[in-house]
Write a protein that binds this ligand. Structure first.
Ligand code: GAL
Length: 699
């Protein structure tokens, strides 16, 4: 059976893969390991040294040609592929596979000079120029035609090449264009969505501020305006921009598939990237691939990177994904680029595998001497192979080989977090009760208590079938469709524990506020409803936790303070577990629980932003009520330790600076050290163990 599989096909997709997805690299290669390789920056004798060193490091896949357009097509219509023939031969000779990229992320300078309309226009109407990268408008037909022409020739030449294992379209698709051609496409997109201009006027609420449109021709992208822009117009422009980028991807992908119907095609996503709705993209990717650059200076980054890994796994419906880019050491694009120890880099790689990745690749193989990324770390630093970083790279190659048993396996989860881009976009448009309520902050805060105790979690878009989950967490789903509300309610009434956070279910699909006591579509199941959103003072507001939810022993969250936002709520049957102690909302509910009849679960509602400890108690209570426990007992007392079960393997990752000792549930072998363990095992500082239960011994 294939292991890194397609994320599934949308109806009508072009391609000839089997229902199980595309043939898989990992059956043959094991965990994919490698990085971006930019041979055009080097002389041919360096390619040979590189390929040899790759083999020595057990690299089995490199992404080639991401930025090679100017080299392939130095002048309009001219082709130069001879150098790539040689590169592929050199790599193939050392058994290194190639993820061959369409070079369309960085057009040659002549394209923008000849056809200025291919260049992107920003929100102020400024046309951006060549000299960096990504200087194209995804809306430009001329750009697209040139991109297709070079892609066609590249793919036709290399489709049968034994080194080529996979195709990679563009790079981090994320461009937005406000220019004329984009405006015209936006109007077409709107016409497709609304059919008539009156329907659009209704959806956008153009009666406000005299924004009525007499025809689609009058509509513009949300360029710089005098004051707040229409929020539905802004939301639709985001939807359109995401669809446009997906369309650009699909155009090149279809061309690749028409020539090569067997190898997987992907593009590299960027985690919680704000400009593309990856739920809508995922069905079009044969392998979900992500670029992830956690900040070594941010103590929250291990948990955030885990959340991103869970998103990637969830985008593919639980199938393995791949880490397409990461940094082996420091990046060069932050203001102050902290380094990473080889141990930390290895730990991040193992974390990706723990969270479902069947591939770990880096930007980039050999450090550039020139150009904007000359100070970005690489698998082979300027100082050469005799370096701490490169030694780490070789060790990681061996580690990943030892984890072959992980390939193709899944991470089972009984908890789901709802998250979607449309709601994120709509919730953060201008002019709302508070700009401090940020969707990703809330998502991360709700994820943290799960990470702390080693409870696996999937992410799902509202509207998905939630019936397989015992705990459903809705940190902030501002824009909620009727279907999504029904699925949430159905899960709770069928026995799941449901926890909903503030500013959820506020708006409909047009980002218009649903009239009535909020959250309109969920208030029955929650047994609570509200009427005002109240920004809280900077110092926060004390909460009074009632006896039924108070701790038995005193702790530092006995006088928790709510921050950012409070809601004026009334219980319509739910038990009130905490109230606001002072201020505008004094005495009113802040936390409620509605026990549902006839085998239903409980529906919890948090009408404010509680401190982390109280949030952890709420989430913990929901886990307890449904009998969901972490994969390793005692983890809550080890704040830097992460534990994940993937397939039959238990990954224990220590992100802290001191070694820890953890219990071993059953006699096992640590696949990394090759050591048998029973009862307990020590996990080194910034280290990991991967335990495979020992079949020859009984517990
Ligand atoms: C990514 C990009 C790579 C490289 C890397 C540096 O966003 O895809 O080409 O620039 O960042 O961290």
């Amino acid at each position: 059976m294939p292991s890194v599989q397609g994320a599934g096909r949308a109806a009508g997709d072009v391609g000839s893969g089997s229902p199980d997805g595309f043939p898989v690299l990992t059956d043959d290669l094991g965990i994919l390991y490698g990085g971006d390789y930019n041979p055009e920056q080097w002389d041919p004798q360096v390619w040979r040294e590189d390929a040899w060193l790759m083999r020595a490091a057990e690299v089995n896949l490199v992404t080639v040609g991401v930025f090679s357009w100017a080299r392939y097509e130095p002048a309009p219509g001219v082709r130069d592929f001879a150098w790539l023939d040689e590169v592929l031969e050199v790599l193939a000779a050392q058994g290194v596979g190639v993820d061959l990229a369409t070079p369309t992320a960085s057009p040659p300078a002549w394209l923008g000079r000849r056809y200025p309309e291919t260049l992107p226009v920003d929100v102020d109407g400024v046309r951006l120029v060549a000299g960096s990268r990504n200087h194209f408008s995804p809306a430009s037909r001329v750009y697209r035609d040139h991109a297709l022409a070079i892609t066609r020739d590249l793919v036709s030449r290399y489709a049968g090449h034994p080194a080529v294992r996979m195709w990679h379209v563009g790079n981090e698709l994320g461009q937005v264009c406000y220019g004329e051609e984009s405006a015209a496409r936006f109007r077409q997109w709107l016409q497709g969505r609304y059919r008539t201009i009156e329907e659009l006027n209704h959806a956008w609420g153009t009666a406000v501020w005299s924004q009525h449109y007499a025809s689609f021709d009058e509509i513009l992208p949300p360029r710089r305006t005098v004051y707040h822009v229409n929020p539905t117009q802004a939301l639709d422009f985001r939807r359109y921009s995401s669809d446009l980028l997906l369309d650009l991807y699909r155009e090149q992908r279809d061309l690749v598939r028409a020539v090569d119907g067997t190898r997987p095609v992907t593009t590299n996503l960027m985690g919680f990237f704000p400009l593309a709705d990856y739920w809508s993209w995922a069905p079009h990717l044969d392998v979900v691939a992500d670029d992830s650059y956690p900040d070594p200076g941010d103590p929250g980054s291990p948990a955030d990177a885990a959340l991103t890994g869970d998103l990637m796994r969830s985008l593919g419906g639980g199938r393995p994904w791949m880490l397409m880019e990461a940094a082996v050491g420091a990046v060069s694009w932050r203001d102050h680029n902290l380094p990473k120890s080889p141990a930390r880099s290895r730990l991040e790689a193992l974390q990706a595998v723990a969270r479902g990745a069947d591939g770990v690749c880096y930007f980039q193989w050999r450090a550039s001497r020139a150009g904007a990324e000359r100070f970005h770390s690489a698998m082979l630093p300027h100082a050469g192979p005799d370096t701490r970083v490169h030694e780490g790279v070789r060790h990681l190659g061996a580690d990943l080989r030892r984890l072959r048993a992980a390939v193709g396996t899944r991470v089972p989860a009984r908890v789901v977090l709802l998250f979607d881009w449309e709601s994120w976009w709509a919730a953060e448009e201008q002019a709302r009760p508070t700009a401090r309520l940020r969707v990703l902050d809330r998502l991360r805060a709700w994820y943290r208590p799960l990470w702390d105790v080693g409870v696996a979690v999937d992410l799902a878009a509202p509207g998905s079938d939630l019936s397989g989950y015992d705990v459903v967490l809705v940190p902030q789903s501002y824009l909620l469709s009727e279907v999504a509300a029904q699925e949430i309610e159905r899960a709770a009434r069928a026995g799941a524990q449901l926890v909903v956070g503030p500013f959820s279910g506020v708006a409909d699909g047009n980002a218009q506020v649903r009239p009535g006591r909020f959250p309109v579509l969920l208030r029955d199941v929650l047994g609570v409803s509200g009427e005002e959103w109240v920004a809280l003072p900077d110092a926060g507001v004390p909460l009074r936790v009632g006896p039924s939810f108070a701790r038995s022993t005193s702790g530092d969250d006995d006088a928790p303070r709510a921050t950012i936002l409070g809601e004026l709520l009334r219980s319509d049957g739910a038990e009130v577990l905490a109230t606001f102690a002072t201020g505008h909302l004094a005495g009113l509910p802040a936390l409620t629980r509605h026990v549902l009849p006839d085998g239903g679960g409980s529906a919890w509602y948090l009408g404010t932003v509680p401190p982390a400890a109280l949030l952890a108690r709420v989430v913990g209570a929901a886990l307890d009520a449904s009998g969901v426990a972490g994969v390793l007992p005692g983890l809550a007392d080890l704040p830097d330790v992460e534990a994940v079960r993937r397939g039959e393997l238990l990954f224990v990752l220590n992100h802290g600076a001191a070694p820890v000792t953890v219990p071993v549930p059953a006699p096992a072998t640590d696949l990394l050290a090759g050591a048998r363990c029973r009862d307990v095992v020590e996990v080194p500082a910034e280290g990991a163990v991967v335990l495979a239960a020992d079949p020859t011994e009984s517990p």
